[in-house]
Design a protein around this ligand. Structure first.
Ligand code: BTN
Length: 233
C-alpha cells in the first residue's frame, strides 16, 4: 500500500496498527486533514482543526532500523529540513526529542510507536490553522506569517518523498548525531526546566548518542531521559 488519503481518521497511527496487513512495508502510510482523536507524546492529545493541517503516518519495517535513537534523530532532522526549505530558510530547530520549532513556536509534533515488528512514524504538521486557543507555544505556517499557497495533498506527498530520499541516512549514526545537535533548540542558552515539579535553570549542552539530553547546571553536568525534565519556553 503506498501513501493513502482518507477524509477522516481517528488517529493515523492507530489506523495503521488496526490495518497492519495492508500497511506493512517501508513507507506505506496514510494521511488525513481531519484527525478526530490524535495522539501526542506522554499520553497527550494532539488536537488539530479540521481541513487545516496534516496528520500523516507511515511504516518502517523494524529490520531496517538499527536503533531507535537513530530513528528518532533521523525523523526529526528530515522533518526539520523539510520545514526549513518550505519556510524559505527561516531558522528551524529541533526541540528535544523531536518537536520542530520556528520563531519559538512548535509547528510540528512527531509520535513514533512500535507495533508487531513495524515502526509507525506519525507526523502532525500545522499548516493553515489560525488560532491555537490557550496552546501558546503552538503555531502553523499561516499563524507565523510564512504562509504560502500550499496544497495539503501536495505537501503530504512531498513529505513522504523527503523521507524516502533520505532513507540512506537512517543508520548513519555520526551524521545524525552531528546534524541533530546542530539544530538543537535552546542549545547553549540559559533555560528554565521543570524537573519533578521544581523549576531549575541550566544550559543545554547537547544530546548524546543514546539520545539523552545533557544539561549544565552551574558546572554540574546531568543527563536526562524523556519525561525526566521539560524545557519551559
Ligand atoms: C506530540 O505530542 O508532539 C506528538 C504529536 C504527534 C501527532 C501525530 S498526527 C499524526 C499521528 N497520529 C496521531 O495520532 N498522532 C501523530
Amino acid at each position: 500500500m503506498p501513501l493513502e488519503y482518507l477524509k477522516e481518521i481517528n488517529s493515523t497511527n492507530d489506523f495503521i496498527k488496526e490495518n497492519l496487513t495492508e500497511y506493512n512495508c517501508n513507507f506505506s502510510g496514510v494521511y488525513t486533514f481531519n484527525q478526530t482523536k490524535g495522539k501526542g507524546v506522554r499520553g497527550n492529545q494532539w488536537i488539530s482543526e479540521s481541513e487545516k493541517n496534516i496528520a500523516l503516518s507511515f511504516c518502517l519495517e523494524d529490520a531496517f532500523v538499527d536503533n531507535s535513537v537513530n530513528l528518532s534523530f533521523w525523523v526529526a532532522i528530515v522533518m526539520r529540513n523539510f520545514i526549513y526549505e518550505l519556510s524559505k530558510k527561516i531558522p528551524t530547530y529541533i526541540k528535544w526529542p523531536n518537536d520542530i520549532i520556528i520563531k519559538n513556536k512548535k509547528l510540528c509534533g512527531i509520535l513514533i510507536e512500535k507495533h508487531k515488528g513495524i515502526t509507525i512514524i506519525g507526523i502532525g504538521l500545522n499548516v493553515f490553522q489560525k488560532n491555537f486557543g490557550n496552546l501558546n507555544t503552538a503555531a502553523s505556517f499561516y499563524s507565523l506569517g510564512i504562509y504560502q499557497p500550499y496544497s495539503l495533498h501536495e505537501l503530504s506527498e512531498n513529505l513522504i518523498l523527503k523521507f524516502q530520499e533520505n532513507y540512506n541516512l537512517l543508520n548513519n549514526t555520526e551524521w545524525l548525531l552531528t546534524n541533530y545537535n546542530e539544530y538543537l533548540f535552546h542549545k547553549d542558552i540559559v533555560s528554565n526546566f521543570l524537573i519533578k515539579e521544581t523549576t531549575k535553570q541550566g544550559i543545554i549542552k547537547g544530546v548524546n548518542k543514546d539520545g539523552l539530553l545533557i544539561v549544565d547546571f552551574e558546572n554540574k553536568i546531568e543527563k536526562f531521559r524523556l519525561k525526566e525534565l521539560k524545557l519551559i519556553f
